[in-house]
Design a protein around this ligand. Structure first.
Ligand code: FES
Length: 135
């Protein structure tokens, strides 16, 4: 394993053990819950929006280290950013945050937060990246 792989893995474990933006909001403008059909793990997001920006974002639920770390990383990255940016997020953005290669099963774990976020904000309920794969 390369030095970078090791660093990325440590970062994933850190986000899993000390998740950023974890919890729920009392008065969210957007709330959405989704699950990974392969394992049943669930993820919920709550968002407060102000002037078109994500004022606060929180994630809750339960899942494996990859899904939880990806949720922590993506929520931390998006807080304070315009909602419009959510639409533009791709699976590559999430994979870049995680920084390690994933097989198809773990890919669904990693993309659960992105799917939940896009469904909550834009009603896009497709798994990110599947549109290209099924063409
Ligand atoms: Fe369930 Fe990863 S095993 S989200």
């Amino acid at each position: 394993m390369g030095e970078w792989d090791e660093l990325y893995r440590e970062n994933i474990i850190d986000h899993y053990k000390n998740p950023r933006c974890r919890g729920t909001l009392d008065h969210p403008d957007i709330t959405y819950e989704d699950a990974n059909p392969l394992c049943g793990d669930q993820l919920r997001i709550d968002i407060e929006v102000k002037d078109g920006k994500i004022e606060k974002i929180r994630h809750s639920g339960h899942g494996c280290s990859i899904s939880q770390a990806a949720a922590s990383m993506l929520c931390e990255r998006m807080e304070g950013h315009p909602l419009e940016e959510v639409k533009a997020l791709t699976k590559e953005d999430v994979l870049e945050l995680l920084g390690i290669e994933l097989g198809p099963v773990r890919l669904k774990c990693a993309l659960l937060i992105l799917k939940t976020l896009k469904a909550g904000v834009y009603g896009i309920t497709q798994w990110p990246g599947e549109e290209e794969e099924t063409k």
